[in-house]
Structure formats: C-alpha cells, structure tokens
Design a binder for this molecule. Sequence first.
Ligand SMILES: Cc1cc2nc3c(=O)[nH]c(=O)nc-3n(C[C@H](O)[C@H](O)[C@H](O)COP(=O)(O)O)c2cc1C
Length: 396
Amino acid sequence: MPAFFRTGKLGHMTRENINPVTVPDYRLLAKKRLPRFLFDYVDGGANEEVTMAANMADFSRYRLKQRVMRDVGQVDTEAPLCGSRRSMPLVLAPVGMAGLMARRGEVQGARAAKRAGVPFTASTVGICPVEEIKEAIGEPCWFQLYMLRDRGIVERILERAARTGCETLIFTVDLAVTGMRHRDWRNGMLDDGSGARFAKLRQLIARPGWLWDVGLQGKPHDFGNLSEVSSEPVDLVRLKNFIASQFDPTVTWKDIAWLRERWKGRLLIKGVLSAEDAQAAVDTGADGVIVSNHGGRQLDCVASGVEKLPEVVRAVGAQAEVLMDGGVRNGIDVVKAVALGAKGVLIGRPWVWAVAGAGEEGLTRLLGVFQEEIRVAMALMGVNKIDELTPDLLES
Ligand SMILES: Cc1cc2nc3c(=O)[nH]c(=O)nc-3n(C[C@H](O)[C@H](O)[C@H](O)COP(=O)(O)O)c2cc1C
C-alpha cells in the first residue's frame, strides 16, 4: 500500500494541508515536523509574548487605500535595496541555528532567496558557515554579527565574511543579554539535567523524520562561523552558555566606530527602536538601521517594529536606509511597511517555518506568494512602482 494512504502524508504535506500557501500553513507543517523544543524555540518570544503579538497585530491597524482606473498595466515589485536592485523589498533575516530546523537550513534558505531574487542573511550563530553558503549559491550573502568579547575573533570573522565577497554587514545591537523566553525554560531547553534530557529525548523520538533528515544527515551541527571558538555540536543549552560567556554586554556606540573602521562594506545596525538610537547609529557611520525588537524575543512589552517605523524614518530616513522587521507575514504587510517609509523588510520565522516544513521548494513557493501579494496589492492601490507607495496610501 502506498505510504500516503497509511500516513496521510505526501512528502511534507498532509491530507488536511495539501497545498500550503500562507505563512500560517508553513508554520503548521513545521510544527508537525520539528521536535517540540525546537519548534517552540523558533515560534516563541520573550516573557508573556506581548511584543511578539503586537508585531503582527499592529500591521492590521493600517488599512490600504484602494484606487481605481489608474492604468496598472506595468506593476513592478522591483526595489533598490542596499546598493542593488531586488525582485521585491524583502530580505531573509538572520536566524541562529536554522540548520537545526532543516537539513543545512541556511543553505536551503539562501538557495530559495537567490531564486526569488532577494538577499539571505547568515547569522553569527548559524550552522552553515558563510563559505558553504557562498559555494552553494555562487554568490555572497549578507552577514550578521554579534560583538564578541575577543575583538581578535571578531576581526577574523569579518575577514572571513569579506573574503566570500560579502558586502552588507548587519550588526545586531539588541542582544546585550538573552531575553527571558519562558517556552524554552518550560521545555527544559536551557537545562542540562537528566530530567530535561529525558524530556528532550522523548520529543526527538516523536519526530523520526527530523531525526533522520536533519539530526543525522544534516551534520555537522556546530556554529559554522565560529569554528575557531567552538567546534562542538550545538544545542540550546550550549547556545545560552556561549552567549553568556562570549557575547559582549559592554558594547556601546564607540564599538560601532571600531567596527566601522574595519568593515569597508555597507553597515546596517539592527535592533533600533527609537529616533535617538537611530540617530546615534547614523552618527557613528552606519549606512542604515533596522527597526527591530528581535521578533519580540528580547525585551517584552516594547513597541512593535511597525509602530516605531515612522518615528525612525522621520529621524534618519533622509540620511540612511531604514529597514524594519517583526511580524511581517504576507505581501500586504510588506506594502504597508514600505508605504510607511521602509526601504525593505526582513522576515525571520516565516522563512524558517517554510524550510523546516517544506524545504527549499516550500520557501521558494512562499517567497513567490509574497511577491504576488505585493504585486496584486499595488495594482489594486493604483500603483505601478514600489517608490509610489507613500503614507497617503494608508488609512488607520
Ligand atoms: C529562532 C530565531 C533566531 C534568531 N536569531 C537571530 C540571530 O542570530 N541574529 C539576529 O540578529 N537576529 C536573530 N533573530 C531575529 C530575526 O533576525 C528577526 O529580527 C525576527 O525574527 C523578525 O521577526 P519575525 O520572526 O516576526 O519575522 C532570530 C529570530 C528567531 C525567530
């Protein structure tokens, strides 16, 4: 009897969800495929997850303005983004340990991004090193950096990224310490005791597909970009210990000046949520800022990215490129962010859910849906070009 009739599964798909289209569809597939503690690591936010929910909810405060009879025969979603033209104003955000969510997850993400014509960002704490990503896609990706205590190591990581041809560096500033992520505590993710290990083992056994595909065939599972610091396989306990011992919580704007001297490419500061910090970033030489609260994973109860976007655009939009992230779940959210002044948006969880649930092809399809949603929304708003999306096309 064919496996489909016994299991109801067709590849990654199930009878209930045979044709995933939207981000929630892929989230569901990822939930079915990932061990619970890994799913929750991606899905969850800090504390009561107030900010994580606001990131999404605040997009729905805005209404689009429908305009008719305006000749929309030439709608083009192409956008200038950090020095190149992209198929749409969207970037795959840095996500640590994506290679635990799908087999060589960063490579799958980067391949799908390339096919869709948008940039992929490798995280400092990714599984696949930047060299492996470059080799797989034949071009450099963007790189995201956390400041480590040992500046010598930071210099060498930057050299590695530059050697692959990387031109855009995202420096993340909102992780002086790790946020309080209750789901991870509850799942024993941050605990190395025997009780927690047993609980995780049970969750792993419940996902044999993941064990075979990612757990076994996706090795090695170390921090590929940090091979000189740590070559052990990673898990969340190690990630937490690594952050506590190696990340530098004493970082200030002076360190950006230090970084600016060493990084000749484009520098974006990610994790800014106020006009003052955005101005400080630009004054220190950043080419752009990313309005972000780390997907609601750091300080809970701060404002959403989309709420803070207009303030930052007013402050530095004329001098620097302003991008945003947090809660972007479809093409209409992208249109809203661009109309509010963002040059582009980043998506974090959506791309990871798609590769975890349906692999590179799934993510390629999802990015296609984003682009189509942007195109259709533009047409129905009477707009042909991305730079025609302006605040007067929004109502709230
Ligand atoms: C599982 C996970 C890991 C992340 N790891 C990183 C990271 O290594 N570096 C970083 O700058 N941001 C990291 N982020 C934050 C994302 O880059 C991005 O800001 C956030 O996911 C955007 O919100 P969204 O998930 O609602 O799209 C991570 C987010 C998630 C969900």
